[in-house]
Design a binder for this molecule. Structure first.
Ligand code: HEC
Length: 124
């Protein structure tokens, strides 16, 4: 019985330790993604005002018009965007949004951006 208990405790610690490692890895990805988002996406998709006198930046404003309130306009508030969906838009571009080549933004960096958007939208 004593052995059983210590085995169970060891298993419990193992689960805790690996969960902590996964959380740590996700945090690291979200942190890298935040830096990339701020550099490559926030100039159009940030929450601030546009520098042309408009109340919103062009990406945020276009998505506000597109979704009419059914989804949040700032990407940092979207919970529905998967890494694959983001990758499609980023590689192809969309109206005023330019496509990004792999030399500008790698697939791994897009996955990091997706991790950041997942993090930011769940910590509003
Ligand atoms: C030059 C401005 C600009 C930049 C830079 C930009 N975007 Fe966009 N993005 C837009 C605009 C404008 C739209 C809306 C296009 C439309 O109306 O179809 C858009 C649309 C999107 C969409 C589609 C969302 C939806 O639900 O339709 C995603 C996802 C997206 N952008 C992600 C990104 C990411 C990630 C980056 C950074 C790597 C980025 N964008 C950089 C302007 C930009």
């Amino acid at each position: 019985m004593k052995i059983f208990r210590s085995v169970m405790m060891a298993a419990g610690f193992g689960v805790l330790a690996s969960t902590a490692m996964i959380v740590h890895a996700q945090d690291a990805a979200a942190k890298r993604g935040m830096a990339k988002f701020n550099h490559s996406c926030a100039p159009c998709h940030g929450k601030g005002p546009g520098n042309d006198g408009k109340k919103m930046l062009p990406g945020t404003d276009s998505l506000r018009i597109k979704y009419q309130g059914s989804l949040p306009a700032p990407l940092e508030e979207r919970k529905d965007l998967t890494a694959d969906a983001i990758k499609t838009f980023v590689r192809l571009g969309s109206s005023a949004m330019p496509p990004f080549r792999k030399t500008e933004l790698t697939d791994a960096e897009i996955v990091d951006i997706a991790a950041y958007l997942k993090y930011s939208s769940s910590h509003l």
